[in-house]
Design a protein around this ligand. Structure first.
Ligand SMILES: Nc1nc2c(c(=O)[nH]1)N[C@H]1C(S)=C(S)[C@@H](COP(=O)(O)O)O[C@H]1N2
Ligand SMILES: [Mo]
Length: 451
């Protein structure tokens, strides 16, 4: 049996991968030592400025050995590159280390696999499209949009087939939402399996999606309001990806999206059309969407009956799971990074809830004994990512860093012990437990599990 990427928890990450990752992620740049030193100085200077602003005693840190302060750098003394050098803009070559990564050994093929978003290096609430995580069951495809169709059939008066051109001419909406694979953090059900937040939480991304509300398409087709309870969503790739979607979710805020962060979807994320079902686990966001069928009973497809089920403590299987419950994680400092100096740090991370808007995030630096409120970045959007910050001074002691979110329904993210009490340890999906990072005396940050 081919190993499913989302059931890969039984396969431990190989040693080489752990070592490699620690080296690569221990500093943000991962390039030549002179440049690293420069960055460290810059970071330290920023930290000193922030500390001074907060009227704290800051260590005196100067860029004392920086040659560029004395000799003007080449970019100040030369003609720059012309406008057309980069017709489609790319990140600076100094950011070449900030990439999606695959976990070697997690899957047998690179087609049924995952690439993880480098959450530790990102800011704000939007994931750059080129860093959006990927999860394919049978590889990604380059679809010719002129040959792509969307069919609406089943319990409708008039089955419809749309071209992309027709969809692009319909009334559209743009909304920011997170997309999280149900298996995100699935590797953490057992022992600590991965060193960095990229691998523990990186099947999470957020974009501004643009498309046509599903409700509008169903209205056009004249769906049977008496009988309809579910939709079947079907993709055009070779994975036979089909998922039953609750009509309630579909009519509320689902859309067939062609836009991602202001441009057409990237091929890896479903170009030219994907289903967006805000708050619902990633597998239901069917990519390369070609059909929506209206029905009155779930279809019991392979990806909802055999896969994507949770084994509960009493031995039963939980099927047709849907909503991603409230969850948060500190993205910096996080596993594999290293605190270079004592002093001020902006502890930052992400919080989200598939049930709506984040109400509050709290941070603990003592493994959950004491909690203090984090500052939330605006806007607070439903079923989107919320960026939080927590001002903190590291005094060189050992620290257990945690965050926990409460959403507007009043639900609070569980501790690992609480989650295991309710769900046991034999699940793969829907692990939304509080994450712990341990900072040791030398500043290294490691993934640990408490209790
Ligand atoms: N057609 C199709 N849709 C799909 C998949 C797929 O393999 N084929 N993978 C699903 C899974 S499991 C997830 S988590 C999300 C991932 O979306 P992304 O690759 O854009 O991050 O797409 C979902 N939609
Ligand atoms: Mo997924």
């Amino acid at each position: 049996m081919a190993l499913d990427a989302e059931q890969g928890q039984l396969q431990p990450a190989p040693e080489s991968f752990l070592a490699k990752d620690l080296v690569e992620d221990i500093s943000r740049d991962g390039i030549d030592p002179a440049r690293r030193k420069l960055l460290q100085n810059a970071l330290a200077a920023a930290a000193a400025a922030a500390a001074a602003a907060a009227s704290m005693v800051a260590p005196s840190l100067m860029a004392d050995d920086d040659p560029d302060i004395v000799n003007l750098p080449s970019w100040t003394r030369s003609l720059g590159k012309p406008v057309v050098a980069n017709p489609y803009g790319q990140p600076s070559p100094y950011e070449a280390n900030i990439v999606r990564r695959q976990s070697p050994g997690l899957t047998r093929t690179d087609q049924s696999s995952v690439s993880f978003t480098p959450l530790q290096n990102l800011f704000g609430m939007i994931t750059p499209s080129g860093l959006h995580f990927e999860r394919h069951h049978q590889g990604w495809v380059d679809i010719d949009p002129r040959r792509h169709r969307l069919m609406i059939n089943g319990l409708v008066e008039t089955p419809l087939v749309f071209t992309m051109e027709e969809l692009l001419r319909m009334p559209s909406v743009s909304r920011i939402h997170f997309l999280e694979c149900g298996a995100n953090t699935g590797l953490e059900w057992g022992n600590v399996a991965v060193p960095t937040v990229q691998y523990s939480h990186g099947m999470l991304s957020a974009s501004e999606f643009t498309g046509v509300p599903v409700s509008l398409l169903l209205d056009r087709a004249g769906f049977d309001r008496q009988r309809a309870t579910v939709l079947l969503a079907e993709g055009a790739d070779g994975s036979s990806m089909t998922r039953t979607i609750n009509l309630e979710n579909a009519l509320d805020d689902a859309m067939v999206a062609y836009g991602q962060n202001g441009e057409m979807l990237r091929p890896e994320n479903g170009y030219p059309l994907r289903l967006v079902v805000p708050g619902v686990q990633g597998v239901s966001w069917v990519k390369w969407l070609r059909r929506l069928e209206v029905g009155d009973a779930p279809w019991a497809t392979k990806d909802e009956v055999a896969h994507y089920v949770d084994l509960m403590p009493d031995g039963t299987h939980r099927q047709y799971t849907s909503i991603q419950e409230a969850k948060s994680v500190i993205t910096a400092p996080s596993g594999g990074q290293k605190l270079l100096k004592q002093g001020y740090y902006d502890i930052t991370g992400l919080a989200w809830s598939g049930r709506g808007t984040v109400e509050k995030v709290e941070v603990s630096v003592d493994g959950g004994r004491n909690w203090r409120p984090a500052r939330l970045e605006k806007p607070l959007l439903p079923k989107a990512l919320t960026r939080f910050h927590f001002d903190w001074v590291w005094q060189g002691d050992e620290v257990l860093l945690q965050s926990r979110v409460t959403d507007r329904t009043g639900y609070t993210q569980p501790s690992r012990a609480q989650l295991i009490e309710a769900r046991g340890t034999r699940s793969i999906y829907h692990n939304n437990a509080i994450q712990t990072w341990r900072i040791s005396g030398d500043g290294e940050v490691h993934n640990v599990q408490l209790g």
